[in-house]
Design a protein around this ligand. Sequence first.
Ligand SMILES: *[C@@H]1O[C@H](CO)[C@@H](O)[C@H](O)[C@H]1NC(C)=O
Ligand SMILES: *[C@@H]1O[C@H](CO)[C@@H](O)[C@H](O)[C@H]1NC(C)=O
Ligand SMILES: *[C@@H]1O[C@H](CO)[C@@H](O)[C@H](O)[C@H]1NC(C)=O
Ligand SMILES: *[C@@H]1O[C@H](CO)[C@@H](O)[C@H](O)[C@H]1NC(C)=O
Ligand SMILES: *[C@@H]1O[C@H](CO)[C@@H](O)[C@H](O)[C@H]1NC(C)=O
Ligand SMILES: *[C@@H]1O[C@H](CO)[C@@H](O)[C@H](O)[C@H]1NC(C)=O
Ligand SMILES: *[C@@H]1O[C@H](CO)[C@@H](O)[C@H](O)[C@H]1NC(C)=O
Ligand SMILES: *[C@@H]1O[C@H](CO)[C@@H](O)[C@H](O)[C@H]1NC(C)=O
Ligand SMILES: *[C@@H]1O[C@H](CO)[C@@H](O)[C@H](O)[C@H]1NC(C)=O
Ligand SMILES: *[C@@H]1O[C@H](CO)[C@@H](O)[C@H](O)[C@H]1NC(C)=O
Ligand SMILES: *[C@@H]1O[C@H](CO)[C@@H](O)[C@H](O)[C@H]1NC(C)=O
Ligand SMILES: *[C@H]1O[C@@H](CO)[C@H](O)[C@@H](O)[C@@H]1NC(C)=O
Length: 568
Amino acid sequence: MEERSHFLLSITFLLVLQYTSLYMAKLTQGTVGAAQINITTDQSALLALKSHITSDPHNILVNWSTTTSVCNWVGITCGARHLRVASLNLSYMGFTGTIPPHLGNLSFLVALSFNNNSFHGTLPYELSYLHRLKLVSFGYNNFVGSIPSWFGAFPKLQGFYLYGNQFSGSIPTTIFNLSTLRVIVLSGNQLSEIPKEIGFLHQLEELYVPFNALKGPVPVAVFNMSSLTTLALYTNNLSGSLPDNICQHLPNLQMVSLSRNKFDGPLPSKLWQCTKLLNLSLVENNFSGSIPKTIGNLTMLKGIYLDSNNFNGIFVALPCLDLEKLYIEFNALKGHVPMVVFNMSSLTTLTLYGNSLSGGLPDNICQHHPSLEKVNLGDNQFAGPLPSKLWQCTKLLNLSLVENNFSGSIPKTIGNLTMLKGIYLDSNNFNEIPKEIGFLHQLEELYVPFNALKGPVPVAVFNMSSLTTLALYTNNLSGSLPDNICQHLPNLQMVSLSRNKFDGPLPSKLWQCTKLLNLSLVENNFSGSIPKTIGNLTMLKGIYLDSNNFNGIFVALPCLDVIQLYII
Ligand SMILES: *[C@@H]1O[C@H](CO)[C@@H](O)[C@H](O)[C@H]1NC(C)=O
Ligand SMILES: *[C@@H]1O[C@H](CO)[C@@H](O)[C@H](O)[C@H]1NC(C)=O
Ligand SMILES: *[C@@H]1O[C@H](CO)[C@@H](O)[C@H](O)[C@H]1NC(C)=O
Ligand SMILES: *[C@@H]1O[C@H](CO)[C@@H](O)[C@H](O)[C@H]1NC(C)=O
Ligand SMILES: *[C@@H]1O[C@H](CO)[C@@H](O)[C@H](O)[C@H]1NC(C)=O
Ligand SMILES: *[C@@H]1O[C@H](CO)[C@@H](O)[C@H](O)[C@H]1NC(C)=O
Ligand SMILES: *[C@@H]1O[C@H](CO)[C@@H](O)[C@H](O)[C@H]1NC(C)=O
Ligand SMILES: *[C@@H]1O[C@H](CO)[C@@H](O)[C@H](O)[C@H]1NC(C)=O
Ligand SMILES: *[C@@H]1O[C@H](CO)[C@@H](O)[C@H](O)[C@H]1NC(C)=O
Ligand SMILES: *[C@@H]1O[C@H](CO)[C@@H](O)[C@H](O)[C@H]1NC(C)=O
Ligand SMILES: *[C@@H]1O[C@H](CO)[C@@H](O)[C@H](O)[C@H]1NC(C)=O
Ligand SMILES: *[C@H]1O[C@@H](CO)[C@H](O)[C@@H](O)[C@@H]1NC(C)=O
């Protein structure tokens, strides 16, 4: 999406330029050897291309008929004055074929794009004759081998898009002579090197080389290209650390994504000098140390993604941030979460899963966080009760606090969070589910297994009509299942109440839970016979009823396709 919008921006710009430079284009038409080059030449070049297209599933090329001017052909735009082909855009046409050398005769071509087709083979050297090209866009085709060095022959090139092919080797240094280049998008190839000469590109704004085979350190020159706004090198095997002065040299950076590489070392201490930074993604690397507190100066920053590194200290100066997303899962953070983290009022996502954080949640956490939608504090050492003012997080969709030491009752005010879709409280010490939870009519998943819940489950739980998953196993709950549970919870797919003290019979109308996939009731005191209408539950894949007091077995399993059935 992002790439396409750059592409559109670039082309708009190109077409504007094209019209303003028409005076220079004049009507003089070039010559190659003795032959005159005119629109007829363009037509033969395009017909040569047509004859090299071996598959045209949408019958688009029927349109390329010699009875009309090439300027009316689909995918062709001619210049208004010189009436020669200025743009050839065959993107998303489903073509299979090769590129003939004749395209090199389209001497007025400014933009050449055939994204998302299945062109293959080699790119002919003759394309290098297209000296007016400003945009080259061959994304998502099947080109292989090295990127030809003759791409350096386009002195006006601004946008260079070769993403989604199988180009390998190094990026040819010849293109680093193209001082007009603004955007390079080489995502999803097998390139192994960015040469240091890239530093010659003094106007380069966006460099995308993610999903390649880059390895070793990023050339220092890249960290010296002051025009860069986007640096996207994620999913490679790059290593080394970030120069401490990176932001002094790259003051225009807005997007940095170096995720899924082998970078290490600390974050630059002067990160605050990257004043335009919007998005910082460094997940799955070996960055370490503390997150510098000066990050708090980056008032434009919207997203910080630091999952799966070795950060051990959390920043203490975030209050100015207008941050929306903060991801620091799977790191080595420890101690209490600084209060300021709970003061960022624009935060929508807070994920600190898999650290060693401790302490309790401040009672007013939601007062400062009215926009929170997703909170994941799982797998830490948080303790104490949940804040009673939880209801102030009115936009909360997803709350995950698994594997901590939270205790006490789940606050009644949870019933006011009517947007909630998922509650995940596994492996804590909660002892009560309040009946107010029944107000959560959008709740789809309720997980409170491995806790200290006791007594009967509030009847209201069996009234949450959107519920698909009810997982309350390994607690001390008692009571029986309402006979009409499936009438009220028709969407149930997974029910696990194993290892509790439930008793009574199975609901006689269990067959009304038509979407049920998995029913686990082991180690309870359920009794009576297993209703034969269970045989109507054709989606059911597993039934686990062992260690109860059932006394009659069902006799009607004709349609049932269960994979596992335990009634020991
Ligand atoms: C193009 O040039 C050829 C000669 O190469 C000539 O025969 C033809 O008339 C020209 N066509 C136009 C449209 O000028
Ligand atoms: C080709 O398509 C264009 C518009 O997409 C149309 O104007 C032109 O008439 C078509 N030509 C033929 C020969 O179908
Ligand atoms: C090229 O064609 C595609 C598909 O029709 C279109 O989305 C895109 O905007 C076109 N690009 C240019 C530069 O006109
Ligand atoms: C373009 O091709 C890619 C890769 O084959 C595919 O994922 C994407 O959906 C295609 N886009 C369109 C608009 O066809
Ligand atoms: C870059 O351009 C200069 C002169 O314009 C030329 O001498 C040099 O060989 C070119 N370098 C590459 C790598 O193409
Ligand atoms: C990184 O290197 C490892 C081992 O050399 C290799 O298995 C992996 O595919 C490489 N990853 C990328 C994205 O190139
Ligand atoms: C960084 O750029 C400056 C000026 O553009 C230049 O003087 C310096 O040598 C460059 N440093 C590196 C390491 O490329
Ligand atoms: C910011 O980075 C994250 C993670 O890499 C990505 O999912 C998100 O789309 C980026 N946001 C913008 C606005 O580019
Ligand atoms: C950035 O923050 C530091 C300390 O938090 C402060 O000393 C400095 O003046 C700030 N710089 C800017 C440009 O805001
Ligand atoms: C919470 O919900 C209860 C019951 O619907 C309602 O009486 C109370 O006013 C709500 N509280 C807030 C703060 O919205
Ligand atoms: C359930 O199965 C019984 C027989 O096993 C059948 O008579 C009844 O119509 C079925 N009900 C539904 C709703 O499928
Ligand atoms: C231009 O393309 C070459 C192939 O690269 C053809 O051999 C030439 O015939 C063609 N020239 C004209 C005027 O069409």
